[in-house]
Write a protein that binds this ligand. Sequence first.
Ligand SMILES: [Zn+2]
Ligand SMILES: [Zn+2]
Length: 328
Amino acid sequence: MRDRDEPRTHGRLPPETTLSLLSNEVRASILWQLSEARGGDGPPPTLSFSELKALAAPEADSSRFNYHLQELVGPYVERVETEEQWGNASRPIPRMAGDPEVGYQLTPEGTTLIRTIRAWSAEAATDRELAIDHDCDYCGTTLTARYENAILAIECPGCEYLYDYNLTPPGVLTGVDDEFGDVDDADVLDRAAEYNRTVRLAFARGVCPYCGNGVDAEFQDPEDTGYPRGDRRAALIRRGCSHCGNKDNLTVGELLLREPRVISFCLDNGMDVTRTPIWEIEFAATDRHTTVRSTDPWAVAVDVTFGDDRLTLVVDESVTVVEEEGGA
Ligand SMILES: [Zn+2]
Ligand SMILES: [Zn+2]
C-alpha cells in the first residue's frame, strides 16, 4: 500500500529518486537528443535504439548505453513498441537491420523537464536596457526597463516606484527561429508584457500557472513586503502554491483584471486591458486609485476612472468582489 502522504512523480517514483536518475552524462544526452529530434513541432518523435545511441553516445558500449536508457524508461522516456505507436512519430523512422522493433520518446514529464531547461537557456548574454515609452503616473519621468538576471524590471528613475519586477525567462529576448539578436526592444517588451499577464492572471484567478494547483491568498501591508516605495502602495495580495512553491504578489487592481465587468468597462472607454501592458494600466500598476477601507478583515476598493465615468469595485479578505458601484 502506498503511503498517501508520500509524493510520487507521474512516473511513480519519489521526487528525489527521479532527480537522482539525471546524474549521468549518457542519460542527460539521451534526454537532450530526444528533445532535439523534436524540432519544435509535431508529436514527440520516436527514435530507434540505434538512432538514439548514434546521437546520444556513439562511443559508448551498447550494453552500458542500454542500461542508462532503461533507467530513464518510466519517468522520462517511454518505449514505443507497436506499428500504430510508431505511426505517431513526426518523421519517418530509419530502420536499421537488426534493430529491435522498439523506439523511444520523451514522456510528458521528460518533455517538461527539458522544456524548462530550454526556457531558461539563451545563446548570448541577455542582460540589456530596453527602450520604453511610458511616463510615471506619479512624477511624469519616463520609465526605464531593464532585463537582468532573468528579471524584467520597469521602474521610475525619478521617484523609484517599481512598475514591474518579474522573473521572466530569456525566451522573451530570443529571436524566433533561432535568430538571436533580431528582437527589437518593442518586441521584447510586448512579449514580456504578454508572458507576465498570463502568469498574473492565472494567480489572479486562483490557479498556479506552473502546476495547476489552487493558490491561497493573503493581504499584506506593503510596508512589510520590502518593495521600494512601500509608502505609495495601499495593499498587496500574496498568492502562493503549496504544491510547487510558486508565488506572486498582486495589487488589488491586478486582481481585478480578471473581472469581466472591468474588462468591458475599460473597453467601452477605449482601453483594451487584455492587450495593454499592465505597467500602462494605472489602476493595476499603482495604488493611486486604491483605498483600504478596513484591514481586519481586509476590504479594499479600487476606482477605475475615465474622465467622469467611474467603476468602483470592493474586494474582501477572501479576494472576492463584494461590492460594485458606478460604471453605468
Ligand atoms: Zn516617478
Ligand atoms: Zn504550483
